[in-house]
Design a protein around this ligand. Structure first.
Ligand code: 5AD
Ligand code: SF4
Length: 447
C-alpha cells in the first residue's frame, strides 16, 4: 500500500540535501512525499542544533504531531510514525527519547542510510530505534542515486564535519571530524545531477573549502573538474572558513567562469580579542586580506557573511568594530545572530554573559548596517544585464523568480518554456531583498 512521507527541514542547506536523500531512500519502499504532516504516515523532523531556539523546536513540533496522531487514531485512520533526524537527534538523541516519548525513532546525520531498518525496528519494538553512530560504512555508499532535480539547481554534499572548534559552535560535536568524499564519487554524482537537468550545483560542507580527498584533490581542483561537465553552467560552494581560502581556490575564482562570483565567508566578529576568544584563528585584518585577494582575482565578487553579536565579554567598542567592518567590506547580504550558549562548548562556560536586551539591541544595529549594504549592492545592479537562472514561479501570473550570479532573487515576466534556463535580464528595479527586470533574450540555444 502506498505510504505518505512528510519531511520537515530546519537549519542549513546540508539538512536540505539530507532531506532529499532520505526521500530518495524511502521512495522505493513506497513512501510518496506530502507537504502536510496531518496526511502523512511517517513524519521526519530534520532538526538543527546550532542555536538553542532551533534545538528546542523539536519538542514543540513533536507535541503537535502527537496530537495529530491521536486525532488520526481516534478516527480509525491509522497512525503517524514520528522520526527525529539531523543535528539535534545527534546531540540529544537519548534525551529526546526520554523527554518526548511520542518519538518512535531517532537517527543521526551519519546514520540515515539505515532508516529503512530503523523504521521496521520502530514498528516492532518501540524505544529501540536510536541510531546516532558515526558508522565506518559511509552513508553515501548506502544511499540510492538521486531521482530528480527541482528547478535546475541542486545541492551536493562533498564534505562534512569540522575540526576548527570555534568555541561557540556545536558542529564539531554534531557532525564529527572533517571528512571529505572521494573526488570520483563527487564527480559521478555531479554528472548524474547534470543528466537530471541540474544547471547549477552548490557544493556543501560545514567547512567546504577544507575539502581534501587525497591525491592532491583540493576544492579548487574539484571546481575545475566540475566545470568540465557538460550542462553544468554554475558552481557554488558553501560554507567556508577564511583560513582555508588557499591560492588554488582563489585562482579558480579568477579562471573558471562557471564558478559564480559570490562567496559566503563567515567572519563572526570585527574585533580581534573576540575572534581570539572564539578560537577563529584569524584576525580582522587576515579577513580583509583574504577579501582583497578575492577581489583582485574576481573584481565583481559579491560577499556574504555570518556574524554573532553578544559573545561573552563583547564590549561596545568591540561590537562597533563589527559594524565598522560591515560598512567597510560592503556585503551583498549577511546573516547575524545573538550569541546562544550551547551545551558542551567552551564558550558556554565563559564568564561575562551579556544580558539579552543588550544582545537584541546590538543585533538590531548590526542588521541595520547589513540591510544598508544589501540595499546599496542591489541598487548598484540597476541598469546592468545579469544572467538569471529561473527556477520557480513568481507571485503574479506569467512571472518567474530566479537567481542572479550574486544570489539575488530576480523577478521578471518569463515565457513558460524558459523556466529552468539561464536568461539575460535587464535589471530595472532594486528592492531590499530582490531585483526586478525584463528579459533581453536567451543566453543559450534551445536544448
Ligand atoms: N550562537 C549564535 N550563533 C551561532 N552560530 C553558530 N553557533 C552559534 C551560537 N552558539 C552561527 C555562526 C555560524 C552560523 C551557521 O551560525 O555565525 O557561522
Ligand atoms: Fe544546524 Fe549546523 Fe546541523 Fe546545519 S550542520 S543543521 S547549521 S547544527
Amino acid at each position: 500500500m502506498a505510504k505518505r512521507l512528510c519531511i520537515k527541514t530546519y537549519g542549513c542547506q546540508m539538512n536540505v540535501y539530507d532531506s532529499g536523500r532520505m526521500a530518495d531512500l524511502l521512495a522505493p519502499l513506497g513512501y510518496a512525499a506530502v507537504d502536510d504532516a496531518a496526511e502523512a504516515d511517517l513524519v521526519i523532523l530534520n532538526t538543527c542544533h546550532i542555536r538553542e531556539k532551533a534545538a528546542e523546536k523539536v519538542y514543540s513540533d513533536v507535541g503537535r504531531l502527537r496530537d495529530l496522531r491521536l486525532e488520526r487514531e481516534a478516527r480509525g485512520e491509522g497512525s503517524i510514525t514520528i522520526a527525529v533526524a539531523g543535528c539535534t537527534a545527534q546531540a540529544e538523541g537519548a534525551e529526546i527519547m526520554r523527554r518526548a516519548p511520542a518519538v518512535d525513532l531517532v537517527v543521526g546525520p551519519q546514520a540515515y542510510h539505515r532508516l529503512p531498518e530503523l523504521i521496521a525496528r520502530a514498528h516492532r519494538t518501540k524505544g529501540e530505534a536510536l541510531d546516532t553512530d558515526f558508522p565506518v560504512d559511509s552513508k553515501f555508499d548506502g544511499l540510492p542515486a538521486q531521482t530528480r532535480v527541482e528547478g535546475s539547481a541542486a545541492f551536493l554534499t562533498i564534505q562534512e564535519g569540522c575540526d576548527k572548534f570555534c568555541t561557540f559552535c556545536v558542529v564539531p560535536y554534531t557532525r564529527g571530524a572533517e571528512a571529505s568524499r572521494p573526488a570520483a564519487a563527487v564527480l559521478a554524482e555531479a554528472r548524474h545531477l547534470a543528466s537530471l537537468g541540474a544547471r547549477e550545483i552548490t557544493l556543501l560542507g560545514q567547512n567546504v573549502n577544507a575539502y581534501g580527498a587525497g591525491e592532491g584533490w583540493s576544492l579548487g581542483r574539484l571546481v575545475r573538474a566540475l566545470a568540465e561537465i557538460p550542462g553544468l553552467e554554475r558552481i557554488r560552494y558553501t560554507t567556508s572558513h577564511p583560513r582555508d581560502m588557499d591560492d588554488e581556490l582563489i585562482e579558480a575564482h579568477a579562471q573558471v567562469p562557471a564558478l559564480m562570483p559570490f562567496l559566503h565567508l563567515p567572519v563572526q566578529s570585527g574585533a580581534d580579542r573576540i575572534l581570539d576568544a572564539m578560537n577563529r584563528r584569524h584576525t580582522a585584518d587576515d579577513y580583509r586580506r583574504v577579501i582583497e585577494r578575492l577581489r583582485k582575482a574576481r573584481p565583481d565578487i559579491a560577499l556574504s557573511s555570518d556574524f554573532i553579536v553578544g559573545f561573552p565579554g563583547e564590549s561596545e567598542a568591540e561590537f562597533q568594530a563589527t559594524v565598522d567592518l560591515v560598512a567597510e567590506i560592503g556585503f551583498a547580504q549577511a546573516y547575524s545572530f545573538k550569541y546562544s550558549p550551547r551545551p558542551g562548548t567552551p564558550a558556554s562556560m565563559m564568564a561575562d554573559c551579556l544580558p539579552d536586551d543588550v544582545k537584541s539591541e546590538r543585533l538590531a544595529r548590526l542588521q541595520a548596517a547589513i540591510a544598508k549594504g544589501q540595499r546599496q549592492f542591489n541598487e548598484a545592479c540597476v541598469g546592468r544585464v545579469l544572467p538569471v537562472l529561473f527556477d520557480r514561479p513568481g507571485r503574479h501570473p506569467g512571472q518567474a523568480v530566479g537567481r542572479s550570479p550574486y544570489m539575488q532573487g530576480v523577478h521578471a515576466d518569463l515565457p513558460a518554456e524558459l523556466m529552468g534556463r539561464i536568461v539575460d535580464v535587464a535589471i530595472t528595479s532594486a528592492h531590499p531583498n530582490s531585483l526586478g527586470g525584463r528579459l533581453v533574450g536567451a543566453t543559450e540555444a534551445a536544448a
